[in-house]
Design a binder for this molecule. Structure first.
Ligand code: ZN
Length: 218
């Protein structure tokens, strides 16, 4: 589902009508999944100066096979007074769907992460717990940078190998770093969440991120 957006180039300031995707169903259009994952679906190149700009529009990503819907809503993409209406429409659309994971994210990087996590067969709530315990461990080892590490936006990168090692990435001192954790950490984190049934995502399109987890663990 495409529409046209008037977008202004961040470099030359000229405005162009660009086609944007508002709904992506990867069962209907499987070729779009790769373009979501590499981010190319969310950028446009200015025909005047060649600058590659980020598209700021809302998108509903739907993977019927994995029963996943992720609603990307960048701040400012929808006027504030319309957000509740859009959300109600999406909730109505999702209401009849059994066993679905419904998520809301603010930025393209987080949408890509949600898709990668669910493609790997993992649970993003458990992943948030993994990030938290990994940050605590890194901060323990490097106390001088503890605050920076605890604040850094960690992202799931991939799971690989026979042992299902999980790699997460995070920015630190101007560079991207990677940290690997064993699958046992993931299993431990699943156990922590199972022992804390108060940790809930709520109804509808839930935000599951560091801020969500910090309501329960800090
Ligand atoms: Zn331009």
């Amino acid at each position: 589902m495409k529409s046209t957006l008037q977008a202004t180039c961040s470099a030359c300031g000229r405005t162009h009508a660009i086609p944007v995707w508002n709904g992506i169903n990867v069962a209907d259009e499987p070729e779009l999944k790769a373009r979501v994952k590499d981010g190319s679906l969310f950028v446009w190149e200015c025909p005047d100066c060649g600058t590659v700009n980020l598209i700021r529009s809302q998108v509903l990503y739907h993977d019927p096979e994995l029963r996943l819907m992720v609603w990307l809503l960048p701040s400012g993409a929808v006027p504030e007074e319309q957000v509740a209406t859009v959300e109600a429409a999406l909730n109505a659309q999702a209401a009849g769907l059994e066993g679905y994971v419904l998520r809301r994210v603010d930025d393209v990087g987080s949408l890509i992460e949600k898709v990668n996590i669910h493609d790997a067969g993992l649970d993003d709530r458990i992943l948030e717990m993994c990030k938290y315990v990994t940050k605590m461990e890194l901060a323990e080892k490097d106390r001088a940078h503890a605050a920076v590490l605890l604040d850094a936006p960690f992202k799931f990168f991939r799971m690989e190998g026979a042992d299902n090692e999980i790699t997460m990435s995070y920015p630190f001192e101007g560079q991207m770093h990677g940290v690997q954790i064993g699958f046992n950490v993931y299993e431990d984190c699943r156990g922590i969440l199972q022992r804390n049934p108060a940790v809930q995502t709520g109804g509808g399109f839930a935000k599951v991120d560091a801020a969500w987890l910090s309501r329960y663990f800090r």
